[in-house]
Design a protein around this ligand. Structure first.
Ligand code: GDP
Ligand code: MG
Length: 633
C-alpha cells in the first residue's frame, strides 16, 4: 500500500476546510489573512493517520489555479457540496478539473447536513447524481456529513480508509521529479520546497535541478509526512530542504528533478478535450491559461486537425507557451479561458519537445496518433521512427518519456536485437536510428551522389562534408557517419581516401574529352623536365580552356596517370617513377644530395627540382637535413 494523497474540491464556503479539521484535527487556514477573511487562499496540508495526506484547496473562483496546482497529483478526491446550497459553479468546475487531470477515485460529501431536512438532502443527492453522471465519481459513495456537528464524520473516515487501502504502491518509474506547490524560507535553515513526488526517488545526499531555470542545487534534508527521512519516492508528500537558496530561485510551479533529464520547453504536442460546458468553440491560436503540474503559463492553442474545436470535442494540438514549462509524455493538464477565467478543457501531453507544426501537418498528426495510442515503453520505437535526421540520446528519451535510463538502454538494445533500430554511440550517450529512417536517409545520400556523378563525370566523388551538405544538411554528424559506414558495408558506397562515391562509379570521358586526355597525357609523358608544359600550355595543346584541362588532370590523377606537385605543376606518373629511381640510385651511392645536384641529375630546372624534392619528402622517400636530402626508406 502506498501513501495516499487526498484532495478536497468544491465551491467556496461549502465546508472543505472545516471538514478537513473534523477529519484530522488540523485547521489548514493558518495564515492571518485566511483567518481574517475566513476563506482558504493557499493550499493547506493535514495528515490523516499514517497513510494519507489531505490537501485542502481554495474554492473561490479566483483561486482555481491554486486548486489545480493542489490536485494535479492526488489519488483520491473529496468533492464537498453544501446541502443548503446545492451544486454551485465551482462544484462543477472543480469536478471538471479532477476529471481532466485523470483522478480516478473519490467520494462526494454532502456537507452541512445539519442545516436541512431529509427530504431536502434527498433532492440535493439527486442533483449531485446528475452532476457526476459520466464522470469518475459516477457511482461513488455520497456521504451525508455535518463537519460542524461531527455527524457522519466517523463513517466518512471509514469510507476514505477503504479507498486509501486501495492505493497501490506507485511503481515509481522514471527519473525523480516533484512539482513544487509551496516554497518558503525557514530562518537559519534555508528554503523548503514541498510537493508530491510524481516519479522516481530522491536520496538525501543527491543534488536536484530546479526547472525551468536549470540550476543545480544541493539537498540538505528531506521530510516525508513531517518526519526526517533518508529518501522520498513516488507518491510521497515531500519537503526538500535547500540551504542557501532564496524564494526567487524556487517557487510554486517549478520542478525539483533529477539533474540532466528534463529540459524546459515552449511548445508541447497534446491531445486536447474541450468540455461540453465550454461556452463556445475553440478557434485557431486562442490564448488560454495552461495549468500543468503546479505551473500556470499563458499559451496559444494551434489546432492540428481543423480550424475549430467544438465543445465536447477532442483534437490533437500544439500548445505555444509564453513562458517555459517542463512536461513528460502522458502528463495531464488543464486549460482555462483567459478572461473571464473558466476551465474549458484539458488533456495529455504527447510530445514535450516537438518541432513546430504547420496546420494540417499530416505527418505530425500520424505521429501523435501513434504516440497517443501506446504506452511509454512502446513510445520509444514510435519516437525513433519519426526522428528523421536528428539523434536523441538515451537520457533525453528517458526524460521525455519518464522512464529510467537503464530501462531505456535495455529497450534500445532489445529493439536493436529485433532489427528495428541500429545503435549509435555518441560520447557517453547511446542513440539509435530506426531502420526505416536509416533506409530513407541512405537513399538520400545515394541520390545526392548519383546526381553529383551525373553532373561531374570526371570526378571521383565528394568529400564527406560536401556530401553531407548536398544530402543531409541537418543530420547529426554521428548519424551521417553511421549512414556512410552502413552504405559502405552494404557495398553501396565506395570510399577512396577522403572521397565518397557510388559503388560501381567510374570516371567517364566523353569522346571529345578522350581526345583531349590523350593529348595532355602524351604531352606530359614526352616533355623534358627542363621544359615541362604547364596547365596553360596543355590547354593550348589540347585546344580547350584551363578549367577543362584541370578537370581532366584531376580525373587522370584519380586514375593514377598523373601526379600534382606543389605550385600547380603536373607530372606524368611514369616520369615521376623514373625520377624516383634515379634519385634512389644516386642516394644509395652518394648518401645525400643537394638541390643543385638533384637538378643536374634530372636535367631539369630549379622550380621542378624543388617541387619534386618536396614531393619526395612528404611521401616519405627522402628526408631533408639542412641543405641536403637523405634516403628515408
Ligand atoms: P470552505 O470555503 O469550503 O473551506 O468552507 P469552510 O470550511 O471555510 O466553511 C465555511 C463556513 O461554513 C464556515 O463558517 C463554517 O463554520 C461553516 N460550515 C462548514 N461546515 C459546516 C457544517 O457542516 N454545518 C454548518 N452549519 N456550517 C458549516
Ligand atoms: Mg477552505
Amino acid at each position: 500500500m502506498g501513501h495516499t494523497i487526498i484532495g478536497t474540491a468544491g465551491h467556496i464556503d461549502h465546508g472543505k476546510t472545516l471538514l478537513v479539521k473534523a477529519l484530522t484535527g488540523t485547521d489548514t487556514d493558518r495564515a492571518p489573512e485566511e483567518k481574517a477573511r475566513g476563506i482558504t487562499i493557499e493550499l493547506g496540508f493535514a495528515f490523516l493517520g499514517e497513510e494519507a495526506t489531505i490537501i485542502d484547496v481554495p474554492g473561490h473562483e479566483r483561486f482555481v489555479k491554486t486548486m489545480v496546482a493542489g490536485v494535479s497529483t492526488i489519488d483520491v478526491a473529496l468533492l464537498v457540496i453544501a446541502a443548503d446550497d446545492g451544486v454551485m459553479p465551482q462544484s462543477r468546475e472543480h469536478l471538471d478539473v479532477l476529471e481532466l487531470l485523470g483522478v480516478e477515485r473519490g467520494i462526494v460529501v454532502l456537507n452541512k447536513a445539519d442545516l436541512v431536512d431529509e427530504d431536502w438532502l434527498d433532492l440535493v443527492e439527486e442533483e449531485v447524481r446528475e452532476l457526476v453522471a459520466g464522470t469518475f465519481l459516477e457511482g461513488a459513495d455520497i456521504a451525508r456529513v455535518s463537519a460542524l456537528a461531527g455527524d457522519g464524520v466517523e463513517a466518512l473516515k471509514s469510507q476514505i480508509e477503504a479507498l486509501v487501502v486501495q492505493t497501490e504502491e506507485r511503481r515509481g518509474v522514471g527519473p525523480f521529479r516533484l512539482p513544487v506547490d509551496r516554497a518558503f524560507v525557514v530562518k537559519g535553515f534555508g528554503l523548503v520546497g514541498t510537493g508530491t513526488v510524481i516519479a522516481g526517488r530522491l536520496e538525501g545526499r543527491e543534488d536536484v535541478e530546479v526547472l525551468p531555470a536549470g540550476e543545480r542545487l544541493r539537498v540538505r534534508g528531506l521530510q516525508r509526512h513531517g518526519q526526517e527521512v533518508e529518501a522520498v519516492q513516488a507518491g510521497d508528500r515531500a519537503a526538500v530542504n535547500l540551504p542557501g537558496v532564496s524564494t526567487e530561485q524556487v517557487e510554486r510551479g517549478d520542478w525539483l528533478a533529477a539533474p540532466d533529464y528534463f529540459k524546459p520547453t515552449y511548445m508541447v504536442d497534446a491531445r486536447l478535450r474541450l468540455l461540453f460546458s465550454c461556452p463556445r468553440e475553440l478557434v485557431q491560436r486562442t490564448r488560454v491559461r495552461l495549468h500543468i503540474g503546479t505551473r500556470e503559463a499563458m499559451a496559444r492553442v494551434v489546432l492540428l486537425e481543423g480550424e475549430a474545436l467544438e465543445p465536447g470535442g477532442e483534437m490533437l494540438v500544439q500548445l505555444h507557451m509564453e513562458t517555459p514549462v517542463v512536461a513528460v509524455w502522458g502528463d495531464r493538464f488543464v486549460i482555462r479561458r483567459y478572461s473571464p477565467a473558466l476551465t474549458i478543457g484539458g488533456g495529455r501531453v504527447l510530445e514535450p519537445h516537438p518541432r513546430k507544426h504547420r496546420r494540417g501537418d499530416r505527418q505530425a498528426v500520424a505521429y501523435l496518433e501513434e504516440l497517443d495510442g501506446t504506452d511509454a515503453e512502446a513510445a520509444v520505437e514510435v519516437k525513433l521512427r519519426y526522428l528523421g535526421e536528428t539523434l536523441k540520446a538515451d537520457r533525453e528519451l528517458a526524460g521525455e518519456l519518464g522512464l529510467d535510463l537503464e530501462r531505456i538502454t535495455s529497450l534500445l538494445e532489445q529493439l536493436a536485437e529485433d532489427g528495428k533500430v541500429a545503435l549509435i554511440r555518441v560520447d557517453q550517450a547511446l542513440c539509435a536510428v530506426h531502420t526505416e529512417t536509416e533506409a530513407v536517409l541512405g537513399k538520400r545520400v545515394e541520390a545526392a551522389l548519383e546526381q553529383f556523378h551525373a553532373e561531374n563525370p570526371l570526378k571521383t566523388g565528394l568529400r564527406r562534408e560536401e556530401l553531407r551538405a548536398l544530402s543531409l544538411r541537418h543530420a547529426a554528424p554521428a548519424l551521417f557517419d553511421h549512414l556512410l559506414q552502413t552504405l559502405e558495408r552494404q557495398g553501396r558506397l565506395g570510399v577512396d581516401g577522403a572521397m565518397m562515391y557510388l559503388a560501381g562509379h567510374r570516371i567517364q570521358f566523353s569522346a571529345a574529352e578522350e581526345e583531349q586526355r590523350d593529348k595532355i597525357e602524351m604531352a606530359l609523358k614526352q616533355a623534358e623536365l627542363a621544359d615541362m608544359p604547364g596547365v596553360d600550355e596543355l590547354a593550348r595543346l589540347a585546344g580547350v580552356g584551363q578549367r577543362e584541362v584541370e578537370s581532366i588532370l584531376r580525373a587522370l590523377q584519380t586514375l593514377g596517370a598523373v601526379v600534382p606537385l606543389e605550385g600547380g605543376l603536373w607530372l606524368h606518373a611514369e616520369t615521376l617513377a623514373a625520377v624516383q629511381d634515379k634519385l634512389r640510385g644516386y642516394l644509395a651511392a652518394e648518401g645525400q644530395i643537394t638541390v643543385a645536384a638533384f637538378r643536374d641529375l634530372i636535367q631539369g630546372n630549379r622550380k621542378y627540382a624543388l617541387a619534386l624534392l618536396t614531393y619526395f619528402d612528404s611521401s616519405g622517400v627522402t628526408q631533408r637535413q639542412g641543405d641536403v636530402r637523405v634516403l628515408l626508406t
